[in-house]
Every structure is written in C-alpha cells, then in structure tokens.
Design a protein around this ligand. Structure first.
Ligand code: MTE
Ligand code: CO
Length: 422
C-alpha cells in the first residue's frame, strides 16, 4: 500500500518536472504560484479538525459546492409544472452516465408514487393467455443490462426558428443516458404467446395521463426492455418506479413510465390526443408521422453559455456529447470557426449503440472569438446536418426531431452565447 503510494507520487513529480524541462509544461508557470499561496504553505481548517463519520449520510448527496448542478425548468414553456419538462445539466457533467438525481423529467400528469407491492403488469389482447405479473414475478425472469440514451422528441425544439435558449442544458438537456437492468419485452411476450396476426403492442402507464403508445411488433421483439433498475439502483419515482419501458434509440415518449399494461394488437392504437401531437408539421402543411428513431446529433457541452472559459487563453479542453438512435457514433468533428475548418475530436471511448459518446478536443486557445460547433457521424454513414440543411427538408413549423448542428459564439472574455450562423 505505502510503496504503491510513493510510486504514484514519484511518477507525477517526474511528469511535472519532465514537462517543464522540455519547455512544454501544460499549464505554463504553475510551480511559481506555490511559494506565496497559503493553500500550499499554511495548514488549512479541514486538516485541523475531523470530518463526518460514516453514519452522517446513509445515502449521499453531492457536496454543497455543487448545488448548481441541478435540473432546471423554463417557466414560460408550459402552463404548469405538472404537465411539463425539466432539463439535465449537461453543461456541468462529464463522462456519459447521467446520475438519476439530475436526469431530465417529462411527465404529462406528474410523477406518481407507486409501491412495488401495488405494482401489476398486464399483457392482454392477441395473446394465447392474458397475464398479470407482479414486481416479484418480473424479478424471476433472466435479466439483461444495457446503457441507452433517452431523448425527448422535443429536445432542441425551441431552436427551430432561431437561436433561443442560452445554455446547453436548455437547448439539448432533454436527454439522459443510464445503465438499465431489466427483462427483454420479448421474454414476457413469449410467455403470454403472441398470436400470428399481431403486429403492434400498445403500451400504457399507471399515471393519470397513461401515456399510451403503439410500438411495432418488430421493435417490441428486438431490444425493448422492461426495466426496473437504472445505474445500479431502483428507478427514481420520476423515472417510472418501479418499472419503465426502455425503447433504445427511439423518442422518449415511447419509454412508458410506471408501465401497467401491454396490449398486443393487429393495428396501431391512436391513444388520446397526445399521440397525434408527436408529428412534425412540414412547410406545406403536411405532417411527418411515426418518426420514432432519433437521428445522430451532438453538442459541445463546454465551453457553452453556462460553462464559460474562466482561465484565459492557452490550453482549453473542448468537450461534448454525441449520440445516434440508429447505431453507434463513429466520429465527431469540431470547428472553432463556424464550419470553415473541421478537426476530428477524440472519443473518450468507442461509440456504443444508442448510447451517449463523450468527445474531447484539446486545443491551444489564442483568446480570439470562436464559433464552436460539433458534428456527429454514425455507423450508418449518416452525418449530422446544419440548421440550414435541416430547414430545407423540414421547414420552420416543426417542433420535434431537431438534430441540427449547434453553434456557440465564444467571446474573447470566455463567455459564450447561443447564436445562429448562415
Ligand atoms: N410515461 C408515462 N406513464 N407518463 C408520461 O408522462 N412521458 C414520456 C415518457 N414516458 C411519460 C411517460 C415522455 S414525453 C418522455 S420524453 C419520457 O417519458 C421522459 O422520461 P424521463 O421523465 O425519465 O426523463
Ligand atoms: Co418526451
């Protein structure tokens, strides 16, 4: 243990010394600050008293210095906070997994509290045998684990007509990415025995809105999960405790929370008025419907309006997220000059299907203004379009499925603003 520690310290010292000697210190004159810095030269209060005992926080929360890393909503967006949405603070996170505590929420009739004991999942319709599963029943089927993103079809929807919301949290934060544990829907459907004429499943939640949606049988039998754990722990109430549907790569509204019923049908059920709302109105007044898959998209999360550059010119880490509902991210390009020159970013890990990918571009910032953009490529060969390109196809009347390239104008003082360039 002790020798291990020494080894590490030696290596780090060697690295710092080495880089200074080579004239390539990453952060310039870092060492010179140490002499007059009381944080280095004086014993600090936290070293003179004892910290909390192990019984202080049975379930830990982020340290108080991080209290601004929270979900936020936009007051004017919806009439009330019950049928509403809030946004993931993607500008302040790194890595790819979204902690449940700050993962965006979207509900049509509020987040309900449903105990495991009261939980029932019914499968009816075109099946050999109608079935009702308790929570305990679900726990007895073989499980799978997968990391997937969930993006609301309305993500970036406020940006169609022009740059509007000032922050990656608000423009792109209707997304989260979690590791789910659950039972494949296929397993449960097989248990009930689907009849040959069945073509769809109609899935419904236990909340007042019920959020009924139809999913084609092909998808239902493919990779849809009936999930009860996220990031290792029980789903949070707001994400559908105790059981939600996970529909990889498809728009968030199909991911039914508090899942209570699966009806096997031979045609799509048009539930309440909500189903018809999830269409995209085109320039000629016609609508795109059943646009379930989320196309490849990316955004620079830092620097961005809520995450300005505070350290002046020199080394700068540009980072962001990329994802595709059609497969894996293979490449992300970043431009500092609004698309004149593109550089290939470094993927923190190879892209995984239908999951968030983290990218980095390490640059030497000259302190001049930048027009920052990122552009995602997925393994189908698809390349994320510019705003202009997307508008040519879809017009200005759409709300849903806006996957265009985002621009941040970074000013010499390090502040960033949401802008549109043509
Ligand atoms: N499921 C139920 N039962 N009720 C709802 O209001 N909202 C849907 C979907 N599932 C909803 C629901 C929408 S529009 C989205 S984008 C996702 O849940 C959001 O999931 P989250 O709240 O876990 O982020
Ligand atoms: Co949604």
């Amino acid at each position: 243990m002790a020798s291990n520690f020494t080894d590490k310290a030696t290596t780090r010292r060697a690295f710092l010394k080495g880089s200074v000697a080579a004239g390539g210190a990453v952060l310039g004159a870092g060492a010179a600050h140490a002499a007059g810095d009381p944080l280095i030269t004086e014993t600090q209060p936290w070293a003179m008293e004892l910290g909390d005992g192990v019984d202080a926080t049975p379930y830990g929360m982020p340290i108080r210095f991080e209290t601004d890393v929270v979900r936020r909503n936009v007051e004017w967006l919806t009439a009330d906070t019950i049928s509403s949405i809030n946004f993931t603070p993607i500008h302040a996170l790194d890595g790819t997994i979204t902690p449940q505590g700050c993962a965006f929420e979207r509900h049509h009739s509020g987040a309900i509290e449903l105990a495991k004991e009261d939980y029932r999942l019914m499968i009816n319709g075109l099946v050999e045998e109608e079935m009702v599963f308790t929570y305990q029943d679900l726990e007895r089927f073989p499980r799978e684990q997968h990391v997937y993103f969930c993006e609301c079809a309305a993500n970036t929807g406020m940006e169609w007509a022009g740059a509007q919301l000032n922050g990656a949290q608000f423009t792109h934060g209707m997304i989260h990415n979690m590791e789910y544990t659950g039972v494949p829907l296929r397993t449960l459907l097989k248990e009930a025995g689907i009849k040959t004429e069945s073509k769809w499943v109609f899935v419904e939640g236990a909340d007042a809105s019920s959020n009924g949606r139809s999913i084609p049988m092909e998808k239902a039998l493919d990779d849809v999960l009936v999930a009860f754990k996220a990031n290792g722990e029980a789903l949070r109430k707001e994400h559908g405790y105790p059981v939600r549907l996970v529909v990889p790569g498809w728009e968030g509204n199909m991911w039914v929370k508090w899942l209570r019923r699966i009806e096997v049908t031979d045609q799509a059920v048009e539930s309440r008025e909500e189903t018809s709302k999830y269409t995209d109105t085109l320039e000629d007044g016609t609508s795109r419907k059943w646009t379930w898959v989320m196309d490849a998209k990316s955004v620079v999360t830092s620097p961005s309006p809520q995450s300005p550059i505070t350290h002046g010119k020199g080394p700068l880490v540009i980072t962001g997220l990329a994802w595709s509902g059609r497969g894996s991210i293979t490449r992300v390009d970043v431009t500092l000059d609004g698309g004149k020159n593109w550089q290939q970013a470094r993927l923190a890990a190879p892209g995984q299907p239908m999951a968030l990918t983290r990218f980095y571009l390490d640059v030497e910032w000259d302190g001049e203004e930048m027009l920052l953009q990122s552009r995602a490529h997925d393994d189908t060969g698809y390349v994320q379009p510019t705003k202009e390109e997307l508008r040519e196809v879809r017009g200005l009347n759409s709300i849903y499925h806006n996957n265009c390239i985002q621009t941040w104008w970074v000013k010499p003082n390090g502040e960033a603003e949401n802008v549109e360039i043509s």
